[in-house]
Design a binder for this molecule. Structure first.
Ligand code: UDP
Length: 381
């Protein structure tokens, strides 16, 4: 029986082209499309984590193809796939905070300059564009600028992030951390202007710390030795190596985390409901998972120690300065709570996974995938 969208219309098979980050978000999105929709999908990236999509049920795999391609450089190979596609989904390739201040040129190039031709192409050829942006564009909250004892700090108006109301507050130019936010903001502004001025059909997605199995890399195992992954992966790496979990500047800042499966449900709703998703900017995050980084470290230690049947006291945390951990030019977002009004109203979407579930699923995956390699790298060092 044909699947229907939220307005009761039949979901017709589409050709979807996914560009960038084939390792985590791109791979999870391709999986979601193959297993839960009638659409065809082509992934374009240099990816290591999609081999499993080439095996199994032939009918499903027929709807998946992969081009190992350097997207901005290889226009000749890109063009025919773009021409055949109904929707183009652009996922940022350089999106690790550690890169924003150390690979600033690459960050701005990949998140703005390389996206401009895609925006122009979609606008000219009337292709629908779904662009993955980030909660990072909000920068710091207005509450963060109030005095510590100001009662307004407790007023959600000053810290809950709303797509159509909250300002985007970035730090000074020497704080290179904001290069990603600034590039993404410019991309968002260009896309939205193309929508208004030339009728581009677009949806912008602001990802609030999407996490789950397969994200990032373990330094020296499946990524660069000096690379710094995001916080969950970084903490899981320390747990596997039995090293203290490093709390940057004491770990006082707050984050919310959204499980990747929840986020993929939201993306598929956008694909299948163009009338509800076009011309929108959506926060996609989980406001119910807010935690300080210090508490997150303690939660991960508790879960990991329980899985290993060990006392919690076998593991510890240590405070490190952001300059030592990330280098000069780092700065931080104080808080990130997404407002859910727009995505709720347009798509009826709500995240389901709790923080406890997210941490458990993630740590089980990390243990299964990396415990052997961590043990051997510990022996070698
Ligand atoms: N962080 C930390 N220890 C780590 C990695 C990150 O204390 O090993 C902190 C980081 O300074 C930030 C928060 O955790 O305050 C989240 O960082 P992440 O890299 O996951 O991404 P962000 O949310 O800043 O985009």
């Amino acid at each position: 029986m044909a699947k229907l969208n939220l307005d009761g219309k039949e979901i017709k098979p589409l050709k979807i082209c996914v560009i960038g980050d084939g390792d985590f978000i791109g791979a999870c999105l391709c999986e979601k499309i193959i297993y839960d929709s009638p659409h065809q999908v082509t992934l374009m990236d240099e990816s290591h984590k999609i081999k499993h999509l080439f095996g199994g049920n032939a009918a499903r795999i027929d709807r998946f193809s992969y081009l190992n391609i350097d997207v901005p450089a290889d226009v000749a190979r890109l063009q025919p796939v773009l021409d055949a596609a109904d929707i183009l989904i652009n996922i940022p390739a350089v999106c690790l905070p550690a890169d924003y201040s150390t690979r600033t040129f690459d960050t701005i190039k990949s998140n703005f300059l390389d996206v401009v031709p895609l925006i122009e192409y979609c606008s000219e050829k009337n292709k629908r564009l779904i662009h993955l942006s980030s909660s990072e564009v909000y920068g710091k909250t207005t509450a963060g600028y109030l005095l510590k004892d100001d009662p307004l700090r407790k007023d959600p108006k000053f810290y809950v992030l709303k797509e159509d109301e909250s300002p985007c507050i970035l730090g000074s130019i020497d704080k290179r951390r904001w290069s990603y936010a600034c590039a993404q903001q410019l991309t968002e502004r260009l896309i939205s202007a193309e929508g208004d001025e030339h009728g581009l059909e677009y949806t912008i997605v602001r990802a609030f710390n999407w996490v789950g199995p397969r994200m990032d890399f373990i330094p020296g195992v499946d990524g660069p030795c000096n690379g710094v992954p995001t916080v969950l992966t970084s903490f899981s790496n320390s747990l596997l190596r039995r090293e203290p979990l490093k709390l940057v500047d004491g770990g006082y800042y707050l984050r919310t985390f959204c499980f990747i499966e929840d986020a993929m449900v939201a993306l598929l709703l956008m694909i299948d409901n163009p009338e509800r998703a076009n011309g929108q900017i959506f926060n996609v995050g989980n406001p119910n998972t807010e935690i300080s980084i210090k508490e997150l470290a303690n939660l991960m230690i508790r879960v990991h120690a329980k899985f290993n049947r060990e006392p919690r006291s076998n593991y510890s945390t240590v405070a490190v300065s952001s300059e030592v951990f990330y280098g000069k030019g780092y700065d931080d977002c104080d808080r990130r709570i997404p407002d859910m009004t727009i995505i709720n109203r347009q798509l009826g979407w709500k995240p389901k996974f709790t923080l406890q579930e997210i941490v458990e699923v993630f740590l089980i995956y990390q243990h299964k995938t990396y415990s052997k390699s961590e043990r051997s790298s510990n022996r070698a060092s």
